[in-house]
Design a protein around this ligand. Structure first.
Ligand SMILES: NC(=O)c1ccc[n+]([C@@H]2O[C@H](COP(=O)([O-])OP(=O)(O)OC[C@H]3O[C@@H](n4cnc5c(N)ncnc54)[C@H](O)[C@@H]3O)[C@@H](O)[C@H]2O)c1
Length: 361
C-alpha cells in the first residue's frame, strides 16, 4: 500500500460508542488530538477517561477530520450536520452500510466533496464506550468507499485514518461494498439468528446435549437486535435477493438429504470448500491448522499453569477454544497450531502431565 497522507488534525469523533471510542483510542495512541462528542454526554466522558481523547468542543474552523460513528439510521443526518458545522474538515463515517446514507445525502443536495464513507470490518457484540479497544482495528480490513464527487484529498485523509488505526485498507465502490457485506456479514448473522431462534422451544434435556458446534453457529446471534435491525433494514434490497437465493439452496439441500449419500457428500464438500475460501489471518491464504485437545480440571489456576507450559515450549498457538464437559468438572481446551508443530507441543504437554489428544475432526 502506498504511504497515505497524514491524518488532518484535530479530529472530532461524533458518537463515542464502541466503534467511535475505539477510533479515538487508536488515534490518541498514535499521537493525534481527538475531541469526542456524543448525544449522551456521559458516553463522551467515559470514552475520554478510557484514553479516547478529550470530551471538550473543538474549534470548528480548525477541525481537519470528523469521524461519524452513530447508529446506522442517523448516519446521513449526522454526516450532513458535520459537513456544515466543520467547514474545512473531511468527514467520514464508519457505518456498516454505505449506499443508502450516500444516496440520502445526494438526494438532499449536500455538497459531498469533503465526504468519503468507510467501514472498519472489526467489531464487537458489546456497545457503548466501555467496549473501547485501541487495538480493535489492528490488521483488520477497513473499506474506504470513494464516490464520484469525493475530492482526492478527502479520500487521502480517510485512507490516512485507516493507516493510523493500523488497519488494512481496501477500496471499494459503495454498491459493491453493500453486496459483499450482505453475503459475508448480514446473511451469516441472519442465518445464525435463524438457528438460534429455533433453540428457544427445545426442551432443556435436548439443550443439555449442546456442544461447541451449535455454540459456533449461533455465537453472532448474540449481537444487539436494535443495531442489527438498522443494518439489515438499510441493506434490505440486497439482503432480500440473498434470502431468495438461500431459499432455493435450502430446497436443493432438502432434496440432497432425501436422495442419499452421494448428493449429500457433494453438498457437504461444497460447504467445506466455502470455509477454505475465507482468507486467513492478515488477509493471507486460508491455513489448515492442526488441533490438539487438552483436558483441564475445573480448578483455580489450571489455565494459568497450562499457558505457562505452552509459553515455556516457545511454540506459536494460532487460536484457542474451550468446551466444557456437561457431566464432569473438566474443560477441553483446543489449541490450533501449525501441523509440523503439533507433535512437539503434544509431547511437551504430555511430559508436563497434561492429558492431550489430537482432535478427531
Ligand atoms: N458494532 C460493530 O461491530 C460495528 C462494526 C463496524 C461498524 N459499526 C458501525 O459503527 C456505528 C456505531 O456502532 P457502535 O457499535 O459503536 O454503536 P454504539 O451504540 O456503541 O455507539 C453509538 C453511539 O452514538 C451515540 N449517538 C447516537 N445518536 C447520536 C447523535 N445524533 N449524535 C451524536 N452521538 C449519537 C450513542 O449515544 C452511542 O454512544 C454504526 O453505524 C455501526 O453500523 C459497528
Amino acid at each position: 500500500m502506498a504511504r497515505a497522507a497524514a491524518v488532518p488534525q484535530p479530529v472530532v469523533v461524533v458518537g463515542a460508542g464502541m466503534v467511535g471510542s475505539s477510533v479515538g483510542c487508536a488515534l490518541t495512541e498514535a499521537g493525534f488530538r481527538v475531541h469526542l462528542e456524543d448525544a449522551v454526554p456521559t458516553h463522551a466522558q467515559v470514552a475520554a477517561s478510557l484514553g479516547a481523547g478529550v470530551a471538550e468542543p473543538a474549534d470548528p474552523d480548525a477541525v481537519g477530520l470528523v469521524v461519524v460513528a452513530v447508529p446506522p439510521r442517523l448516519l446521513a443526518d449526522v454526516v450532513a450536520d458535520a459537513l456544515q458545522r466543520f467547514p474545512r474538515a473531511v468527514v467520514t463515517d464508519v457505518g456498516s452500510v454505505k449506499s443508502r446514507p450516500l444516496a440520502e445525502l445526494e438526494r438532499r443536495g449536500v455538497d459531498l466533496g469533503r465526504y468519503v464513507g468507510s467501514h472498519p470490518m472489526a467489531g464487537s457484540h458489546r456497545a457503548g464506550p466501555v467496549a473501547a479497544d485501541p487495538f480493535l482495528f489492528l490488521d483488520r480490513t477497513w473499506v474506504v468507499c470513494e464516490h464520484p464527487s469525493a475530492r482526492p484529498e478527502a479520500v487521502a485523509a480517510v485512507e490516512a485514518l485507516v493507516q493510523a488505526c493500523r488497519a488494512r485498507l481496501v477500496r471499494m465502490d459503495p454498491v459493491e461494498h453493500d453486496a459483499a457485506v450482505a453475503r459475508v456479514s448480514h446473511l451469516p448473522h441472519l442465518v445464525s439468528s435463524l438457528v438460534a431462534g429455533g433453540l428457544t422451544d427445545l426442551p432443556p434435556e435436548h439443550l443439555a446435549l449442546a456442544g461447541q458446534g451449535v455454540r459456533d453457529v449461533t455465537r453472532i446471534a448474540g449481537g444487539d437486535p436494535r443495531l442489527w435491525e438498522q443494518i439489515v433494514g438499510m441493506n434490505a434490497d440486497v439482503i432480500s435477493v440473498e434470502l431468495q437465493s438461500l431459499q432455493r439452496r435450502l430446497e436443493r439441500l432438502r432434496e440432497a438429504v432425501e436422495s442419499g449419500p452421494e448428493a449429500l457428500v457433494a453438498w457437504l464438500e461444497q460447504g467445506r470448500e466455502g470455509t477454505r475460501r475465507i482468507p486467513g489471518k492478515h488477509g493471507g491464504a486460508h491455513t489448515e491448522w492442526s488441533r490438539l485437545v487438552v483436558e483441564i480440571p475445573d480448578a483455580p489456576n489450571a489455565l494459568g499453569r497450562l499457558f505457562t507450559d505452552i509459553g515455556d515450549a516457545g511454540l506459536n498457538v494460532e487460536d484457542i477454544t474451550i468446551e466444557h464437559d456437561p457431566t464432569r468438572r473438566v474443560g477441553y481446551l483446543s489449541l490450533d497450531v501449525e501441523a509440523e508443530v503439533q507433535p512437539t507441543l503434544a509431547a511437551l504437554l504430555s511430559d508436563a502431565g497434561w492429558s492431550v489428544e489430537p482432535a478427531t475432526d
